[in-house]
Design a protein around this ligand. Structure first.
Ligand SMILES: *Cc1c(COP(=O)(O)O)cnc(C)c1O
Length: 418
């Protein structure tokens, strides 16, 4: 974008925006929760809707002047319901974490028991991890993945649920490379009389595009961010059955939040329209095909993949067998132009701030048009960085130069540097 107004009035911020555009253009961005939004989403998110206050819901606002916000929010809601086949949608949560907290507030009392996936096994902080408010204000019990298979073991989930009797069970993950059986989670929830929250933040775009089974028919409430595979602005949504609609809406506002971020709602509406197109279905299919191809090449280079591969957009590797730590490797990759994040692996003996694993995914590179054949090239760079001795920065810089040459061929949605 050109940002004339910004360049004129605040050259310092303008310079950082320009530098970030170049950085995002030159690098192979593989953090699986990130993406490139379209120019249309950027424009809607940067619109004058940021100026407007609209506490409440359409037709029941606490401020005047809602002639444009009301139809905007209703449009976003209608598109969300239609895309995911949901009875009800709330598009106001500021982000994924507050969306989940709103569900706790809607369905639980303080100290009620919740059961989610442990953070070091791939769950999110807000699924009851102890440092989170969801672990501090509620009684949290946590399931993990099977140590041998790296997969969720539904027998273990059921046994824990029968023993602990949670009021809320949470399915969904932030670092789990396999399909989640939402129907099986619902059976367990019904057996113990719990509500089921499915947090599909990472996979919402795959669900929208038909590349991952949908949780919507099975969950009492579905939460999602809008900025990961769904390729919208930073924000979140809650989807639910009509019977829970009132409780969910009340929990978001006035329970947890004040005025919704209407510029974000505008961006979400645009992203939802994009996600309903045949081109987006093809995108979702390609994200998974690329992840599968990349996983195959990485395994072929001798990397140890958690669960042995992937069904979705992300890959988790234990890099310690190659004599690396996750952090050391992620930093070397970043220097070489490949952006990932270090991550714990299930049963990790190392600390979360310097764990054994690396997490990576294909949503952003697929938005740039990379295909299966490109994954061999990418995997070869991962291997070369792993083989680069510590301190050989010049060799990492040489790889970064190759990466810059390569990425030039793949335009970034929303970014006009060349
Ligand atoms: C990203 C994520 C969230 C939180 O989203 P924020 O917008 O960062 O608060 C919640 N749950 C899961 C599973 C996620 O992956």
């Amino acid at each position: 974008m050109h940002h004339e107004g910004l360049r004129e009035s605040d050259p310092e911020v303008a310079a950082l925006v320009a530098a970030e555009e170049r950085r995002e253009f030159e690098k192979i961005r593989m953090i699986p929760s990130e993406n490139y939004v379209s120019r249309a989403v950027l424009e809607a998110t940067g619109s004058v809707f940021t100026n407007k206050y609209s506490e409440g819901y359409a037709g029941k606002r606490y401020y005047e002047g809602q002639q444009c916000v009301d139809p905007l929010e209703e449009m976003a809601i209608a598109r969300a319901k239609s895309l995911f086949g949901a009875d009800h949608a709330n598009v106001q949560p500021y982000s994924g974490s507050p969306a989940n907290l709103a569900v706790y507030f809607a369905l639980l009392k303080p100290n009620d028991t919740v059961m989610g996936m442990a953070l070091p096994h791939g769950g999110h902080l807000t699924h009851g991890w102890n440092v989170s408010i969801t672990g501090a204000f509620f009684r949290s019990v946590q399931y993990g993945v099977d140590a041998a298979t790296g997969r969720i073991d539904m027998d273990q989930v059921r046994t824990l649920a029968l023993a602990e009797r949670p009021k809320l069970i949470i399915a969904g993950a932030t670092a789990y490379p396999r399909v989640i059986d939402f129907e099986a989670f619902r059976r367990v929830a019904d057996e113990v009389g719990a509500h089921l929250l499915v947090d599909m933040a990472h996979i919402a775009g795959l669900v929208a595009g038909g590349a991952h089974p949908s949780p919507v028919p099975h969950a009492h409430v579905v939460s999602t961010t809008t900025h990961k595979t769904l390729r919208g602005p930073r924000g979140a949504m809650l989807l639910c059955k009509e019977a829970m609609a009132k409780a969910v809406d009340k929990a978001v506002f006035p329970g947890l939040q004040g005025g919704p971020h209407n510029h974000t709602t505008a961006g979400i509406a645009v992203a939802l329209r994009e996600a309903a197109t045949p081109a987006f279905r093809e995108y979702a299919r390609q994200v998974v095909a690329n992840a599968r191809a990349l996983a195959g090449h990485l395994a072929g280079c001798g990397f140890k993949l958690v669960s042995g591969g992937t069904d979705n957009h992300l890959i988790l590797m234990d890099v310690t067998p190659r004599g690396l730590t996750g952090k050391q490797y992620a930093k070397a990759l970043d220097r070489a132009g490949l952006e990932c994040n270090y991550n714990t692996v299930p049963g990790d003996p190392r600390k979360p701030f310097d764990p054994s694993g690396l997490r990576m995914g294909t949503p952003a590179i697929t938005s740039r048009g990379m295909k299966e054949a490109d994954m061999a090239t990418v995997a070869a760079w991962f291997n070369r960085v792993a083989e680069t001795p510590a301190g050989a920065e010049d060799r990492l810089d040489a790889i970064a130069a190759e990466v810059r040459e390569f990425t030039r061929r793949f335009p970034c949605p929303g970014i006009a540097v060349g």
